[in-house]
Design a binder for this molecule. Structure first.
Ligand SMILES: Cc1cc2nc3c(=O)[nH]c(=O)nc-3n(C[C@H](O)[C@H](O)[C@H](O)COP(=O)(O)OP(=O)(O)OC[C@H]3O[C@@H](n4cnc5c(N)ncnc54)[C@H](O)[C@@H]3O)c2cc1C
Length: 453
């Protein structure tokens, strides 16, 4: 149950509305934003006995990873997937009542670019599973397979650390990864993981992802596709958990201003003002920059946030007749507009529903939504012989889906120059690109910083 208090006064944390109480270790915390970062912070604090108040401006939780209903069909705000190495996200889903074995379709590492490339990991321990997969990859010749395996071994020897960050293109050129190898393996991987084209993407961040997903346990490279929508998967359960532990989750209650004082922070929304000992600002970077701008001590933080460029992600959902299906739940297309295709029939029993994902900047941004959908429909017909006409389609264009993950990016830390204001969000400092796991880790880090305090 999520507490919904649209026009009612916000909760009074103490009789005076100021400060915290003894049971809460003197902490009286508000979280601004009910996306994955904010709900991770709230759940982690609730688990440690600190009830929090979450303010969410939308009518539902989940932010960029939220469920969306269209034509009586449950969609997401863009098709997402998790990796087996998303340890904190999976831990928190279980903490708030999820069941990883039941909630997900788990696919062992398999990268298929339809008819052009196929890499399938055998049941061997990591990183052997990857090396064998690379040596057997279809669509590469022997010298390319060897080069790819040598690249991974060299990165491993260097502990996946570069002395100097550079673009992914530069790193690939340095290690003799030729055009075919790059087009079929590294480029699709980089765009899927970093949502940034290889000529702009940070090689170090890509190596962080390769290290965590491919080099440790075999299950880390599994791809996890939830049977339920992304609001139901975590944020909604986290809200129920927070409420059960004495906290509040306020929907449709956007924070308009943040004012800091020596003894706390005042938040104002349409419902009035409230005073807290600390706040975690867990909005998107654009909103965070606007809210934090008036706080003089945070001028540098705001400058770092404003310097982040953004990259888009487009998802085209197509509802075909129920019998239409793809050869497997998820596969890619080589040099097509549609980069990755998902068969929601095989993932979530939504038969006939397909999703085509187009990540990062590109020429597709110049197309109208109708033209983009028609291109995807034509590709599905050409590649799989799907001649049916979709009953409907829906294009979800997230123009500011993630930050552009370029080399040596200065990302703001969770702890700020204003001790009572913490920052959570996928764009804050961390090893990961803009992902659910990056968002969740940042939220958990904020919670732990406050608990340590
Ligand atoms: C189409 C798409 C596909 C993606 N695919 C993947 C994927 O496959 N795997 C993966 O790991 N990641 C993926 N991502 C990235 C992932 O969705 C994000 O990294 C993550 O959701 C960011 O979470 P967040 O909590 O940091 O921010 P957000 O989700 O942006 O949450 C911020 C929240 O703050 C709220 N808010 C804003 N202003 C206010 C205010 N004034 N007061 C109160 N609340 C406010 C917003 O409504 C929102 O709920 C994808 C992103 C998109 C857009």
């Amino acid at each position: 149950m999520v507490t919904k208090l649209n026009n009612s006064p916000s909760p009074q944390p103490s009789p005076s509305g100021r400060g915290g109480n003894r049971e809460n270790h003197g902490l009286n915390i508000a979280v601004i934003g009910g996306g994955y970062a904010g709900m991770a912070a709230a759940a982690e604090l609730a688990a440690r006995g600190i009830p929090v108040t979450v303010y969410e401006s939308a009518k539902q939780l989940g932010g960029r990873a939220r469920g969306v209903e269209y034509n009586d069909t449950q969609l997401d705000n863009g098709q997402h997937l998790l990796l087996g190495c998303y340890r904190e996200t999976l831990r928190l889903i279980e903490l708030v009542g999820g069941d990883i074995a039941q909630d997900f379709l788990r696919l062992p590492l398999q990268l298929d670019l339809h008819k052009q490339f196929s890499l399938k990991a055998p049941r061997l321990p990591a990183p052997l599973h990857l090396l064998v997969a690379l040596m057997r990859a279809q669509g590469l010749d022997w010298s390319e397979r060897l080069k790819a395996a040598r690249f991974m071994l060299t990165m491993r020897l260097n502990d996946f650390r570069l002395q100097q960050d550079m673009t992914v293109s530069a790193l690939l050129a340095l290690h003799d990864q030729d055009a075919n190898l790059s087009l079929k393996l590294w480029e699709p991987l980089c765009i899927a993981a970093l949502n940034t084209p290889i000529h702009k993407a940070s090689a170090q961040v890509l190596l962080n992802v390769l290290r965590d997903s491919l080099d440790r346990r075999r299950a880390d490279s599994d791809m996890l596709l939830p049977h339920l929508d992304f609001t139901a998967l975590f944020p909604q359960r986290a809200a129920d958990y927070v409420v059960k532990h004495g906290g509040k989750v306020l929907l449709a209650e956007g924070i308009e201003t943040i004012t800091t004082q020596a003894d706390g922070v005042t938040l104002s929304s349409a419902a009035g003002t409230q005073h807290y000992s600390h706040i975690i600002c867990a909005t998107s970077p654009t909103v965070a920059a606007r809210l934090l701008d008036p706080i003089a001590a945070l001028r540098n933080t705001v400058a770092h946030i404003e310097a982040l460029e953004q990259q888009p992600i487009y998802t085209v959902y197509l509802q075909y007749p129920e019998q239409v299906r793809l050869p497997c739940p998820m596969l890619g297309l080589h040099q097509c507009v549609s980069q990755w295709l998902f068969d929601k029939g095989q993932i979530a029993a939504q038969h006939g529903l397909l999703a085509a994902v187009i990540s990062a900047e590109g020429l597709h941004q110049d197309l109208s939504q109708e033209a983009l959908a028609q291109k995807v429909i034509a590709e599905l017909q050409r590649e799989f012989g799907i001649s049916d006409t979709p009953l409907w389609y829906k294009v979800i264009a997230e123009k500011r889906a993630t930050f552009c993950c370029s080399p040596n990016l200065l990302r703001p830390t969770q702890q700020t120059a204003e001790a009572r204001v913490l920052l959570a969000g996928d764009y804050t400092a961390g090893d990961y690109p803009a992902t659910l796991e990056g968002a969740v880790i940042s939220g958990v880090r904020c919670a732990r910083l406050l608990l340590a305090h």
